[in-house]
Design a protein around this ligand. Structure first.
Ligand code: AMP
Ligand code: MN
Ligand code: MN
Ligand code: MN
Length: 284
């Protein structure tokens, strides 16, 4: 008997395009991912599924499976937490209605951020950020790009640290969806909900367990164990959480473009062996 061992496909289940704050168009992202050896790519723009149709058209011409997704901003106990929806139906009314509400808040927040920044001598930030928006949503990243272009800061990271995070002049607290709403929108669209980059929130192990417990009660099924912004230690400790909570493990680069990636497309490490990959729950 001939035993042929197929290599495991390469999954990247968290990426951004110009439909939110990425710098590659959906088709450029898909082509680059394919060239870099990604077999299954989820496009997960912030609060938007606007890029999915273009990404799907590009993927059809290539040997790459495009999965429809979105990264939904959530306010949980006064903090912002991101929930990735995988395998969603992008035309689902329940998801579309939810994301529309998120975008309305983004629009209001953008004007409010600009008012606050103007009081600190950064003028024209609303118009400046909007001029950099290529798709449907305006994010803090667009503000950061404008402020760097104005010569008021040396890098995006620098802008966030000085102006856009809690306690800084341009910060406006989030009023995003609740955890329950975000998971309901994703499930209503037939998708699976995954906690994005859990090690990024600087939560204690016990707070993380509380988050994961509430998330599961809402119907969430997975967490990102491997993420572009996780260290190897973060991945190991999230694998322990996934196992002990009975959550599936996801892997995504959180790629925003080639300028300054945490990890390049195709460059994600493998999941630790002791967790159950989310793709084990998928039928071919
Ligand atoms: P928003 O959803 O509009 O609040 O913007 C959040 C986005 O800002 C994240 O998805 C990141 O892409 C980006 N971001 C957050 N913190 C930083 C940082 N320190 N440096 C660069 N980009 C950041
Ligand atoms: Mn982003
Ligand atoms: Mn995120
Ligand atoms: Mn992201």
């Amino acid at each position: 008997m001939l035993l042929v061992l197929m290599p495991e496909p390469h999954y990247d289940l968290h990426t951004h395009s110009t439909a939110s704050d990425g710098t590659l168009t959906p088709s450029e992202l898909v082509r680059r991912a394919c060239a870099q050896g990604v077999d299954v790519l989820a496009l997960t723009d912030h609060d938007s599924v606007e890029g999915i149709a273009e990404a799907q058209r590009a993927a059809r011409l290539l040997d790459l499976k495009l999965m429809a997704g979105a990264e939904v901003s959530v306010t949980w106990r006064g903090r912002t937490v991101h929930i990735v929806g995988l395998n969603v139906d992008p035309v689902s009314a329940v998801l579309q209605d939810g994301l529309t509400r998120q975008r309305e808040f983004r629009e209001w927040r953008a004007r409010e951020m600009a008012r606050r920044l103007a009081r600190h001598g950064i003028m024209g930030a609303y118009e400046g950020a909007l001029a950099l928006v290529d798709g449907g949503i305006v994010s803090r990243t667009h503000f950061a790009r404008y402020i760097v272009a104005q010569g008021r800061a040396k890098s995006l990271r620098d802008v966030f640290k000085r102006f856009l995070v809690s306690g800084k002049p341009g910060h406006v607290p989030g009023e995003w969806a609740s955890l329950e709403e975000a998971v309901a929108w994703i499930r209503g669209a037939g998708g699976q909900a995954v906690v994005a980059h859990p090690a990024r929130y600087k939560l204690s192990a016990s707070k993380l367990r509380t988050l994961f417990g509430e998330f599961q009660e809402c119907g969430g099924v997975g967490i990102e164990v491997v993420s572009g912004c996780h260290s190897p230690d973060d991945a190991r400790s999230m694998a322990v959480h996934a196992r002990s909570c009975g959550l599936l493990a996801s892997a995504g680069s959180d790629y925003h473009g080639p300028e300054n990636p945490c990890v390049e497309l195709g460059g994600l490490p493998s999941l630790p062996g002791d967790c159950v990959p989310i793709w084990a729950s998928w039928q071919d």
